[in-house]
Write a protein that binds this ligand. Structure first.
Ligand SMILES: *Cc1c(COP(=O)(O)O)cnc(C)c1O
Length: 493
């Protein structure tokens, strides 16, 4: 292959791990056989000036070469089906295969979104029932399944609030956000046209109702709160915080991405939340590494119901209908009815666990996190050392003296076969490692993780460079992430 060939920039190829298809391919080795186009003899439907002069430089390979290339690449990936993935806030739990099996059914996959309601009664029932289950789990009065992600659910929730005040003729521009908020919260607020005002959390990592009371006024449209918050702590003052905001006529938005911690045990609707989004891909299990797919349904209290997106699913005299004609609705937030196959997975997940199963999920998630926190404390600084919920924060404070940081520790963990935790988030904790084991890990796995963390801490005492230069076992070593971010190579050649 000549030097100018595409693929020269591919780092895996340069490291000698897996050549690109362009490098493996050889002229004449193509494994396809396309039928001749059904045109009359001699006919040329494309005008000569539009035809390319040379054949495109596509690689030519036989089928086994292609299959082996992609299979080898897939084995370089880490996934939840290979090992523990304690990525805090992301809830990377094991995804039961029964959900995949049902979502993979041809009858569901080949549905056309324009089929009339009368032909898809079973599908509408599934969605209607899922709305009911989510209402029950959250303590809300109605649910829309439309948004495609948690962040889009946040955006919709804030749009509903904006529409409410617009209808009332009130001008409220402000959204209050705790300093532990997930990055999507300020982004969604700004996108929905609000100004963000940050609120400092108290000493113990949770909101102080007195601070909220001072910040909230007649300009406040809403406060956005994650409970438990991103430090893994339950906002125990939530009722008082909600009261302070409600007294001034504002709404309490619940970022429901951390629902895994309280599933079946406590309900956002009972804590004073007026609107909440669910991250079905997290709590209700859909594989979601690498940015998709997801679903972020939104649940609301009565006051916000008239503004929900259309179409709404209705049950009337035993028939399911799609109702489009709702004058106060904010309209659609996506095409058709939501990320349907993610909804199917959530439906199967809920039914296969049942009510008691829901409780067991959150109980185990919390027990696993607390167990791991106690074991991590053997070697790492844990800034909020009370009981945690489904995740906890450790830091690199003890390791800093040896010149080793959270990033180094995370990279070294890869050598032990674990995905690193979320790092440097939340921003309020210096050198944070945010660990969320989830309920699907066994005690043996949690112990292996804790042992690896302990071994890394010991290594840092004896030979810090071993950790600073990690990972040692991966196809590529330490990557310069700044360069990768600033100068991404998105094309070949
Ligand atoms: C994941 C997450 C979000 C965003 O959800 P996406 O589905 O990724 O858009 C928002 N808030 C918290 C606390 C999260 O963990």
């Amino acid at each position: 292959m000549n030097e100018e060939r595409p693929g020269r920039n591919d780092s895996l190829s340069r490291a000698g791990i897996e050549p690109t298809l362009f490098e493996i391919g050889r002229p004449g080795h193509g494994g396809y056989s396309l039928p001749r186009p059904p045109l009359p003899e001699g006919a040329d439907p494309i005008p000569g000036e539009l035809l390319r002069q040379d054949a495109p430089p596509l690689p030519e390979l036989a089928e086994p070469e292609v299959v082996r290339h992609f299979t080898r690449l897939s084995r370089l990936n880490f996934s939840i089906d290979i090992g523990m993935y304690p990525l805090g806030s992301c809830t990377m739990k094991y995804n039961p295969k029964i959900c995949e099996s049902v979502a993979g059914r041809r009858s569901l996959q080949s549905l056309h979104p324009y089929l009339p309601a009368s032909r898809v009664q079973g599908v509408l029932k599934l969605m209607f029932d899922l709305e009911q289950y989510l209402q029950e789990v959250s303590g809300m009065d109605a649910v829309s399944l439309q948004p495609s992600a948690g962040a889009q659910g946040e955006f919709l929730g804030l749009k509903l609030i904006a529409k409410y005040f617009e209808k009332k003729g009130e001008r409220r521009r402000k959204v209050l956000l705790p300093d532990t908020a997930h990055g999507t919260n300020p982004a969604s607020s700004a996108l929905a046209g609000f100004e963000v005002q940050e609120i400092k959390s108290g000493e113990k990592g949770i909101l102080d109702p007195r601070v909220v009371r001072k910040a909230v006024d007649e300009e406040t449209a809403a406060i956005m709160i994650t409970n438990p918050n991103t430090l893994g702590l339950f906002e125990s003052q939530i009722a008082k915080v909600a009261e302070a905001v409600h007294e001034k006529g504002g709404f309490v938005y619940g970022d429901g991405a951390n629902l895994n911690a309280i599933l079946g045990r406590a309900r956002p609707g009972d804590m004073g939340f007026d609107v909440v989004q669910f991250n079905l891909h997290k709590t209700f299990s859909t594989p979601h590494g690498g940015g998709g797919p997801g679903a972020g349904p939104v649940g609301v209290k009565q006051k916000l119901v008239p503004y929900l997106p259309v179409p709404r699913i209705r049950l009337s005299e035993g028939r399911y209908l799609l109702e489009d004609n709702l004058p106060d609705s904010v309209g659609r937030v996506r095409a058709f009815y939501g990320n349907f196959l993610v909804l199917v997975r959530a439906y199967v997940y809920i039914l296969s666990h049942g009510g008691d199963g829901m409780k067991e999920i959150s109980e185990r998630a919390v027990v696993c996190a607390n167990y791991l926190k106690e074991r991590m404390k053997e070697r790492y600084h844990v800034p909020f050392d009370g009981p945690c919920m489904h995740e906890f924060i450790a830091t690199d404070k003890f390791q800093k003296k040896q010149g080793v940081s959270t990033l180094d520790i995370a990279k070294r963990l890869i050598d032990f076969g674990f995905h690193p935790p979320t790092i440097y988030f939340p921003l309020v904790v210096h050198g944070a490692m945010m660990v969320e084991p989830t309920e699907t890990e066994s005690k043996a796995t949690l112990d292996r993780f804790a042992d690896a963390m302990r071994q890394i801490a010991d290594e840092i005492q004896e030979d810090p460079r071993r950790v600073q230069e990690a990972p040692h076992s991966t196809p590529c070593g330490r990557i310069n992430e700044v360069v990768a971010n600033r100068f991404p190579v998105l094309r070949w050649g």
